[in-house]
Write a protein of this length. Structure first.
Length: 355
């Protein structure tokens, strides 16, 4: 494929304190063997981070046994509160959160549910939590368009492992995300108040075209969504689902904010914020160099590069790893470092270096 075509495709991109509670709701069961027809048990965990911030996690069967499920953050001041992200929209997740907010937050006025991006692990709880909490929903306008774009059976599953139970449940999540109404568009620099706190949207594309972080100006806490995780590295898909070049620039912008704490979309908070950003930038630079070295050794398709780069990756994560390889390749095509010819209707990328 000519580099000019890549440019067109890229342009078309629509763009604490101690654990307070950890309880299981429902009867115990082995979630790892749950069938698609069974509703798995939801395990609820709350962690108080500081006087204004609570991390709430509802865990059901997740993408892998070691990767943490998505966070819902409760930001509060006085009797006002807001959510950052809405988690999953399946029945066990919503039932657990409905009970949690009824018992622990009945005296608070929830002003807003601000979503960092449109992916269903952050947005599909939005419709029902909006009704439960009587709160406005908000997202960047680009991701509002993506949220309300119908997806095919396999679309939106690129980062999921090849697991039938998860794939079947993803149909529920995608439907709920699509049906989530958005009341407020949050563009870069837009703000809202939670008591005496000011929350500012920071547009940080890369993971998605309309990915927002949210900065609490008084405390310098940054909700990082999926651009920065508490553990591991974020999945950045190739265009049009993601954009590695934008992601690198967004990391640099997040570093410039000099936040004191990162509250990520998955995993624990991060206090060594500058070091975390540098770690991620270094990781992506190393990965670029590894791919170039692999091509130098004679590997010339994206699948060959994936196998050389991740020789021992478990089967269920190969699809996500393949997407990461393509994302790095797409970035380097845009930089003029390599070129791509699509073979077999795009199922295979034949890659070569330009210099």
């Amino acid at each position: 494929m000519k580099r000019e075509t890549w440019r067109l495709r890229l342009a078309a991109h629509r763009y604490g304190r101690k654990l307070k509670r950890s309880v299981s709701r429902g009867t115990s069961s082995d979630n790892s063997s749950a069938s698609a027809d069974q509703e798995p048990v939801a395990t609820t965990t709350e962690k108080v981070i500081n006087d204004n911030l609570v991390q709430h996690v509802v865990a059901v069967k997740m993408f892998s046994r070691t990767f943490p499920t998505s966070n819902v953050w409760v930001l509060h001041d006085g009797n006002e509160a807001a959510l950052i992200d809405s988690g999953y929209g399946d029945k066990p997740s919503i039932d657990a959160r409905r009970e949690y907010f009824r018992k622990d937050w009945s005296g608070h006025n929830f002003k807003r549910i601000a979503m960092t991006h449109h992916h269903f692990d952050h947005s599909s709880g939005g419709r029902q939590l909006r009704d439960i909490l009587k709160a406005d929903t908000a997202i960047h306008p680009i991701d509002d368009a993506l949220l309300h774009t119908p997806l095919g059976p396999e679309e939106g599953n690129e980062d999921l492992p090849d697991d039938k139970v998860i794939t079947d449940r993803a149909d529920v999540w995608k439907k709920e995300a699509f049906e989530t109404p958005i009341d407020v568009m949050m563009e870069d620099g837009d703000t809202f108040k939670v008591g005496g706190l000011t929350v500012r949207a920071v547009h940080t594309p890369g993971h998605t075209a309309g990915h927002n972080c949210y900065l609490v100006e008084e405390t310098m806490q940054l909700f990082t969504g999926d651009n920065i995780l508490g553990v591991g590295t974020s999945a950045i898909g190739p265009p049009p689902s993601g954009n590695m070049g934008d992601y690198i620039e967004s990391l640099k912008r997040m570093r410039e904010l000099e936040a004191k704490l990162f509250a990520p979309g998955h995993g624990p908070t991060v206090t060594a914020t500058a070091a975390k950003v540098q770690e991620l930038l270094d990781h992506r630079e190393v990965r670029d160099r590894q791919i170039i070295d692999i091509i130098d050794k004679g590997y010339d398709t994206d699948q060959q590069i994936r196998r050389a780069l991740y020789p021992e990756i478990q089967k269920g994560l190969r699809r996500a790893a393949h997407g990461q390889v393509r994302s790095h390749i797409a970035k380097m095509v845009g930089q003029g470092i390599m070129q791509v010819d699509e073979i077999d209707d795009g199922k295979t990328w034949k890659v070569s270096l330009t210099k």
